[in-house]
Design a protein around this ligand. Structure first.
Ligand code: AMP
Length: 316
């Protein structure tokens, strides 16, 4: 990146406490009812890192292939993201995911998942990442998520997420991860898959009983539910009328949530609720464009404006 190119503006509440984000960095091909975009920047760690960068310095751990576009590296650098932990595989290609959405965006189909460079990836944390106090284990195989936890030295607040594929093929490893994390952010459908429940509230309680002290169930256009020892909390989605591509909403939500908690240096019930408002606002921006295209310089002001609107929307 050229030195004269300024970095994105962080939110006024941002602090210098870093967050560590591990997950997929991908090429996505996305088909929506209105358009198709091929080989765009995707991946759980990409969305989470770019979202978190408005709140905190970000350390990214992942792998890409030799075919990864330089422009995407520049993009991370424009967000001030530390790339010491991003490995570039000389032999393999970048993780590839292809998905298709149907008319109302409520359902998506995975058409292709090619792990490529992730197949043989063993995430190794740079020495200075091992003490980071706020960590996101984004969507990658749960064995890799365990491997990252094994390398952490200090006490850390751990958020983890997963996706259908890993519930299908690595359920045992995923269940063993749950007692090792503090907060599980999970899509409602996936929560049902793990618990076998058909009731959202029962599913949330059951997940907490499986290990994590806190669970956030994401319900897409219906918002998100927080399950915590102090009680339940519910937040609606930001009312978006024009959705372009919902991919990465969950990862954006988790990255912004992590960044907010790190900036505040707290994980109590009140802070988690506020963090969910910021996470909801940031995710609503992601879905209004393909890839991370709206998480740009203009997003900082938009996040604040949408948090205010959400506050007004939920006060009575
Ligand atoms: P979300 O819409 O928040 O569930 O996240 C979608 C992102 O997750 C896409 O950008 C994909 O590249 C990435 N993704 C999809 N499947 C997997 C998988 N099995 N492992 C890791 N990342 C994945």
């Amino acid at each position: 990146m050229s030195p004269e190119k300024p970095m994105i503006q962080k939110l006024p509440l941002a602090s210098t406490a870093p967050v560590l984000i591990v997950g997929s960095v991908a090429y996505d091909t996305i088909i929506t009812p209105a358009a198709t975009q091929e080989y765009i920047l995707g991946g759980s760690a990409s969305y989470s890192s770019i979202a978190a960068s408005y709140f905190a310095p970000v350390q990214l751990v992942g792998v890409v292939g030799h075919d990864f576009k330089k422009g995407f590296i520049d993009r991370f650098e424009h967000h001030g993201i530390d790339l010491q932990g991003l490995k570039i595989s000389e032999k393999e290609k970048t993780f590839f995911w292809k998905g298709r959405y149907h008319e109302n965006f409520n359902h998506r189909e995975t058409l292709v998942t090619e792990l490529n460079a992730f197949e043989s990836f063993e995430p190794t944390l740079p020495q200075n990442y091992k003490e980071t106090a706020f960590v996101m284990l984004g969507t990658i195989g749960p064995d890799l998520q365990h491997h990252v936890l094994d390398q952490l030295n200090g006490p850390a607040y751990i958020i983890a997420d997963t996706i259908e594929l890993w519930i299908d093929i690595k359920r045992k490893e995923l269940e063993a991860l749950l007692p090792r994390i503090n907060l599980f952010t999970i899509d409602k459908r996936e929560a049902m898959m793990i618990t076998g429940e058909t009731n959202t509230i029962r599913a949330g309680h059951k997940l907490r009983a499986m290990g994590p002290e806190t669970v956030i169930l994401k319900k897409g256009e219906h918002g998100a539910l927080l399950f915590h020892e102090s009680g339940l909390f519910s937040i609606p989605a930001y009312p978006v009328t024009e959705i372009e591509d919902p991919t990465g909403a969950g990862d954006t939500f988790a990255g912004a949530l992590l960044g907010y908690l790190a900036a505040k240096g707290s994980t109590d019930f009140a802070t988690l609720k506020k963090a969910m408002a910021y996470a909801t606002a940031t995710a609503s921006i992601t879905i209004q464009a393909f890839s991370m295209d709206r998480l740009n310089d203009a997003a900082t002001a938009l996040i604040e404006q949408r948090v205010e609107e959400l506050t007004a929307l939920t006060q009575f």
